[in-house]
Design a protein around this ligand. Structure first.
Ligand code: FAD
Length: 505
């Protein structure tokens, strides 16, 4: 057995335990570590692994207090660790030293609640990074306001059996300038003072008794989280507060171009093509074998579906025809460059030189830009390929381009992991659009709070409720995406008619 045979990879936000790291993980963790002991051959474990991965995404913000881990007990090397924790059957979950042999909920919501229950009742010391989860009284509130100076205090009013307040407290755990407290519907004084009639509901409470109700589309955890994380002054711990001057003047030669955040710009797409074809590919002086077929597939998809200006489309079509006519088994980058630039023989065909980022501008030169353009390009292409005969065509072109050429190699590995897992299941053009949307969100979830995140453009589960209210829904009290509405939204957002042509040369 090798560790690769396990059910989790580095892309899953689950700590993969091994005999080499287990002690340091346990000793260094400030969080309650919830470990899934599994055997990679066990059908129940295979069936459970998507739930464990979804839970890891769902409670990603709880990481300082609760972290998820997994260990493959079928890997012989891991055997001593599994027996040290007394594990006999699979899957087994352990929170700290508490054992839950095989009987635990098999869905994200149930697991989330179970973890909260165990955190509240276990006898071990409280994980140091975990905020208080108990309910608040009037007296505690006064004391809190006197002794703390957070910008916002969110009071979540709820019934005694509700988990929303505790979940929200943990969701905001990594954010500064905000605190969340839960108040029970039985706390008559506060309920009367704020005239609360709906449970759950959330109020922002300020010193001297000023309060406002938090307006959300639906009274559920995800909507509260979206809204609270974006209150003025609320910022992820360790991240600088977004400064407006970063947006009005970035440190590059040019001023930041005014743009509409909820639209897609052709200038970003052309800049992406320029960077990909003239800069990224130039790092490969000779292109052959798999890389050559990847290039052909990429250019072919661009020639068919790029919704560009006629000059750009003519250029892409001429390069595509030239590549299809090439009989050599290898290609020098310089000949590709010639095909891109020596367009004298092809009338009215060219790709503008240089980049002009608009919707993909960042507040600092190292933020956003090309990778933002790459995502946008492929979202546009999946939407444009409406009449394609093969629903996999655009996704596979993206997959192989990222695999062979994308300069961020760690990104390429993560993307390939996701593609291997599920891209082949895509059987319709609609599911291709949705696959890319959901896996982009998976990446957003993993990167939220990372150093590469532009503080002015936090990584969120996109689109936000403001951008597409009807994309969001609730089922059994849990946030859900309305796939039909999402598809309509994505098809419009990334459609050729909706592209803005500002700043084009
Ligand atoms: P981006 O994530 O680049 O998104 C661009 C725009 O697309 C957003 O502004 C928004 O308007 C829209 N959008 C956002 N989410 C969605 C969605 N779910 N569906 C449709 N549209 C959406 N960086 C790393 O540090 N580690 C990685 O492993 C990594 N992997 C990557 C893999 C690929 C294939 C690509 C193309 C990029 C990867 N990156 C990775 C870069 C990272 O994902 C971002 O592109 C980069 O940090 C810039 O972020 P951004 O704020 O511009 O938003």
């Amino acid at each position: 057995f090798t560790t690769e045979a396990g059910l989790y990879t580095a892309s899953d936000q689950v700590v993969v335990l091994t005999p080499d790291n287990v002690d340091s993980v346990l000793v260094n963790s400030t969080a309650a570590l919830v470990v899934e002991f599994y055997a990679s051959w066990c059908g129940h474990c295979i069936a459970f692994s998507p739930v464990w991965k979804s839970l890891a995404s769902d409670i990603k913000e709880w990481k300082p207090a609760v972290d998820l881990a997994a260990i493959d007990c079928a890997n012989q090397d891991n055997g001593p660790v599994c027996s040290r924790f007394g594990v006999r059957g699979y899957p087994t979950l352990k929170v700290l030293q508490l054992l839950y042999p095989t009987r635990f909920p098999r869905n994200v919501r149930g697991l989330r609640r179970k973890i909260i229950d165990k955190m509240e009742t276990h006898a071990e010391p409280w994980p140091p990074a975990c905020p208080p989860l108990e309910t608040t009284s009037r007296a505690e509130l006064d004391n809190f306001i006197e002794t703390n100076s957070v910008g916002h205090l969110a009071l979540l009013f709820e019934t005694p059996n509700s988990y929303v307040g505790r979940e929200l407290t943990l969701d905001l755990l990594q954010y500064e300038n905000i605190a969340v407290r839960r108040v029970l519907s039985t706390e008559d004084g506060l309920v009367a003072e704020l005239n609360v009639t709906h449970f759950p509901s959330c109020y922002l409470y300020y010193p001297s008794g000023i309060f406002t109700r938090l307006h959300v589309q639906l009274e559920v955890r995800t909507f509260y989280t979206y809204a609270l994380q974006r209150l003025p002054g609320v910022v992820r711990a360790g991240k600088p507060l977004p400064v407006t001057s970063d947006l009005t003047k970035n440190t590059t030669e040019d001023q930041l171009r005014p743009f509409n955040r909820s639209r897609v710009y052709m200038s970003d797409l052309e800049s992406t093509l320029h960077y990909s074809l003239r800069v990224e590919l130039a790092a490969h002086p000779v292109i052959k074998g798999e890389a050559l077929s990847t290039l052909q597939r990429y250019i072919s998809v661009l020639a068919k579906y790029f919704p560009g200006r006629p000059v750009v489309n003519n250029l892409l079509k001429s390069v595509d025809m030239w590549l299809k006519g090439e009989k050599d088994t290898e290609l020098s980058y310089s000949s590709l460059r010639d095909a891109l630039d020596n367009t004298a023989e092809v009338p009215n065909a060219s790709l503008p030189e240089g980049v002009r980022w608009v919707g993909c501008q960042g507040s600092k030169p190292h933020f956003r830009r090309y990778p933002c353009g790459m995502w946008t390009l492929f979202h546009v292409l999946t939407v444009q390929a409406e009449e394609a005969a093969d629903p996999q065509e655009v996704l596979q072109a993206m997959r192989s381009y990222i695999h062979s050429f994308f300069g961020c190699r760690a990104c390429a590995t993560h993307f390939e992991n996701m593609a291997q897992e599920s891209m082949s299941h895509v059987g319709t053009l609609s599911s291709a659009v949705l696959w890319l949307w959901s896996h982009h969100n998976h990446v957003n979830n993993r990167l939220a709070g990372a150093l590469s995140e532009d503080p002015h453009f936090p990584k969120i589960q996109w689109p936000s409720p403001e951008l597409c209210p009807s994309c969001h829904g609730v089922k059994n009290g849990e946030h859900t995406w309305n796939q039909a509405e999402l598809l309509t939204f994505l098809r419009s957002h990334f459609s050729s008619e909706h592209l803005l042509s500002d700043y084009l040369e």
